[in-house]
Ligand binder design. Structure first.
Ligand SMILES: *[C@@H]1O[C@H](CO)[C@@H](O)[C@H](O)[C@H]1NC(C)=O
Ligand SMILES: *[C@@H]1O[C@H](CO)[C@@H](O)[C@H](O)[C@H]1NC(C)=O
Ligand SMILES: *[C@@H]1O[C@H](CO)[C@@H](O)[C@H](O)[C@H]1NC(C)=O
Ligand SMILES: *[C@@H]1O[C@H](CO)[C@@H](O)[C@H](O)[C@H]1NC(C)=O
Ligand SMILES: *[C@@H]1O[C@H](CO)[C@@H](O)[C@H](O)[C@H]1NC(C)=O
Ligand SMILES: *[C@@H]1O[C@H](CO)[C@@H](O)[C@H](O)[C@H]1NC(C)=O
Length: 437
């Protein structure tokens, strides 16, 4: 039933072949620009509120773990957390969505004009696909099960269908603060005013008549965090931040056999592109957190999912042992939007000079938090149970600068004279810390 519906709509759209103008979010010009919803000035995105009034709440959302009502025509319900819902996302180029699917529920064919989507299945299974643009219009499909991950490239028509008799739930990262949605059926057949039936009939080649937070404070880790933060803030070296370049074509699947060096990866022959290039399996599996920090990050970047090359997004699962810490680090090329799947976390980020403000929040299951591009941030599992979080990151290769490692464990080491001076401490203290790395 739904398959024929999907195909009908795809056929309709491919025939129309109108490619909306695609754009990438502009790069941020400052740490934060939290949307001020009281302003009546129109700008690209939103006017920023006074930085002094910025709160952790501006980067926060709660309840993403709650199932949504899917009793509607299509049997699916999308909860999109864009810059309208999380004002802190303004200028940061990323958003997150939860999609609930009833049995046989469909997220009908649609386009996000400004975003690539990376999706993982939390429950159930889905039949998903996207269609490349003219002239190939190739439909690339895949069946996804719990823990599978799939990429829908920017601006391409795509859909998800729950072909099973159980409900399904998926979580997506999208590479824009406001991805936009063009639902093919609605925009083709339900526009206001309507597209003339003459035009549609002609485009479709059919007759006009055919209708269509923190009480048990994490003292221990907090002091560790603060030590590292102090060290870093004193150093105050801001790495150069960049945004991924925009894609110049539908797809550029990384060719890992090429020995040509380019920005990102050389593309493989488009004819050899397969659904597997956009796919990863097993993100539902817990990772081993028996290590020094008690956390384990599984990052799906363009090295792991070759189809992500040129698409400006990636996804990560983070497992935290009880009292596990994802230590203070920076992603030089990405904003991160994270939701807690299990347990609870004490998280925070620090704004750049001269304020160096630490913004923190306790997150519970279903809570969502934003870590702005290039800012030092961390997550700490202050509980006695394990925790699991899932993140979207606005780069195919976000990069990772772990503060402790890069400051005290660089190879060769940063001279202890320099570090002692930067930190305002005795060289012997620096030597002791360096000995740990
Ligand atoms: C602006 O955001 C605040 C806090 O998120 C909300 O309470 C308020 O209703 C919003 N106002 C408008 C005009 O959207
Ligand atoms: C999605 O679910 C929410 C909460 O369950 C409900 O208020 C909303 O109407 C639903 N949207 C659609 C399109 O069914
Ligand atoms: C879901 O939405 C339908 C249609 O709006 C409504 O009849 C039903 O009561 C809702 N179910 C729940 C659990 O809120
Ligand atoms: C390239 O990717 C393929 C498929 O993902 C993998 O089997 C192969 O080991 C990779 N080769 C290199 C040189 O990384
Ligand atoms: C993360 O977990 C995987 C699989 O459980 C394991 O192979 C890997 O060594 C772990 N990494 C760290 C840093 O502990
Ligand atoms: C987790 O990693 C530790 C250290 O590498 C190892 O001793 C332990 O057997 C691993 N646990 C599992 C379940 O693989």
């Amino acid at each position: 039933m739904a398959a024929s519906y999907v195909l009908l709509l795809l056929a309709a759209l491919l025939a129309l072949a109108s490619s909306p103008s695609m754009a990438r979010d502009p790069g941020a010009l400052q740490d934060l620009c939290v949307a001020d919803n009281t302003s009546n000035v129109f700008v690209n995105g939103f006017v920023c509120k006074d930085p002094k009034l910025v709160q952790a709440e501006d980067f926060f959302f709660s309840g993403l773990d709650q199932p949504r009502n899917t009793t509607n025509k299509v049997g699916s319900n999308v909860t999109l957390l864009n810059a309208n819902r999380i004002p802190g996302l303004n200028t940061l180029g990323i958003s997150m969505a939860r999609v609930d699917y009833a049995p046989f529920g469909l997220n009908p064919p649609h386009i996000h004009p400004r975003a690539t989507e990376i999706q993982t299945v939390l429950e159930g299974s889905l039949y998903v696909g996207f269609v490349t643009s003219n002239p190939d219009n190739r439909l690339v499909t895949k069946v996804l099960r719990k823990g599978d991950v799939f990429v829908f490239p920017q601006g391409l028509i795509h859909f998800q269908f729950n072909y099973g008799t159980n409900k399904a739930v998926a979580l997506s990262g999208l590479s824009s603060q406001n991805p936009g949605v063009i639902t093919i059926a609605n925009s083709v057949f339900g526009s206001k005013p309507a597209i003339s039936d003459d035009i549609l009939a002609k485009a479709l080649g059919v007759d006009k008549k055919i209708d269509l937070k923190l009480h048990a404070a994490p003292y221990m880790a907090a002091s560790y965090v603060l030590l590292l933060l102090a060290a870093l803030l004193a150093l105050a070296s801001s790495p150069s931040m960049a945004r991924d370049p925009g894609a110049l074509q539908d797809l550029c699947v990384a060719d890992n056999t090429s020995n040509v060096f380019v920005n990102g990866f050389v593309c493989k022959d488009p004819k050899l592109v397969q659904a597997e290039d956009f796919f990863f399996s097993g993100l539902d599996q817990p990772r081993n957190t028996t290590n020094k920090v008690g956390s384990n990050v599984t990052l799906l970047n363009a090295n792991r999912i070759p189809g992500l090359n040129t698409l400006g997004i990636s996804m990560a699962r983070v497992d935290y042992a009880p009292f596990g810490l994802n230590p203070p680090h920076i992603h030089p090329r990405a904003t991160e939007i994270q939701t807690v799947l299990e347990g609870s976390l004490y998280v925070g980020f620090v704004t750049s000079n001269p304020d160096n403000r630490l913004v923190t929040k306790v997150l519970r299951k279903g809570d969502v938090f934003v870590f702005p591009q290039g800012l030092i941030h961390f997550q700490f599992n202050y509980g006695t149970n394990k925790a699991v979080a899932l993140s979207g990151l606005s780069s195919q290769n976000p990069g990772l600068i772990t503060i402790a490692n890069s400051v005290f464990g660089s190879k060769p080491a940063i001279s202890d004279d320099i570090l002692a001076k930067a930190l305002g401490v005795d060289k012997k203290i620096v030597d002791r810390i360096q000995a740990h790395f």
